[in-house]
Design a binder for this molecule. Sequence first.
Ligand code: IMP
Length: 200
Amino acid sequence: MVMLRNMIFATDNSNKVNEINGLMSENFSFRIITKTEAGILEQIEETGTTILENAKLKANYITEKYGFDCFSEDTGLIVDAIGGEPGVYSARYAGRDNDSEKNIELLLKRLENKADRSAKFLTIIALNIKKNQFIFEGEVKGTIIKSKRGDKGFGYDPVFQPDGFDITFAEMDTDSKSKISHRGRAFNKLIEFLNTYNLD
Ligand code: IMP
């Protein structure tokens, strides 16, 4: 029987854990566990001013405080016509309560008179393993449509239509979304790396 090593994912978002579990092959030698499952109950403040900084600080908090190998991810929606907003502030664009309805409302208002509605999601993963840090990125380009469509997914999914598709992320099932999504692409790079990493 293959011995699985635990790898902490610095999140308590079960959507994200399900997403990465759905991408791993059966012979993957790690079991992904959330930080709560690892006994780390405190919230890690995302005080960085970039997506990269936030990804690093979450992973570094766990490694520095508890000495565990782990990885974290941070994601933002970057909309060209409004200078890259909401970017690192995607979760709290319209206020600190991470209210997706209000965030979408504000985004649509900010784009009201803009012809260019191009956008991308960017995910950055920071992996701390055996005293080294590795960074993985994934992105998906698309368009912010004028009104919401679909009820799947979360966050900005109802107004994000990926390039090459005529449906939004909120109209796709999880598997189809994670095949092309920012996070799916970054997770795949992480999985590929861990598959070939020498653990001895
Ligand atoms: P997080 O830091 O990865 O939790 O992402 C910050 C914010 O970006 C979330 O609160 C969502 O509003 C948005 N976001 C991240 N990933 C996605 C996604 O896959 N679809 C839609 N919105 C997302």
